[in-house]
Design a protein around this ligand. Sequence first.
Ligand SMILES: [Zn+2]
Length: 155
Amino acid sequence: MHCLTQKITPMKKKVFDITGRPVKTYKLGRTCQFCGEPIADQERASKTHCTRYKDEFGIVHDCKRKKHQLKTQLQEDVLLDFSARHREYKRQIEKVIAAHGDQVTTEVLVAYNVNPGDNLSYNYHSGLLYAEMLGYRIISNPNLNTHKIEKHDNS
Ligand SMILES: [Zn+2]
């Protein structure tokens, strides 16, 4: 038989617990920037992450550090995208040279998805744009829309 007589008493707002310590409140709605756990109003104003702690398995939980690691990971992902893109440009540049030679129009570069504007570094000299790509240098003449492709000596 079920017993449904348990009384539900309305929660009374307490300021101190039985040990006399202030009870934590969460009225400010602050949360950990990494895991979203609430941060008590009583914590210092500069607190933006959970307090670092060690769980029963001895694993250290450190939200601040984890967020930093995640940031670094994101930067590394950007770097991986960047190098993948440039390896792809290199493959495409080789196709351009094989099909059209080393002096081409903008249309040809566009057709092969080679973008000298997305370079490793560049220089302007005498009205020409020198774009350093992976393995190659593309010397562009913006007036004529022509591009001369040079292979880097060291590749
Ligand atoms: Zn956290």
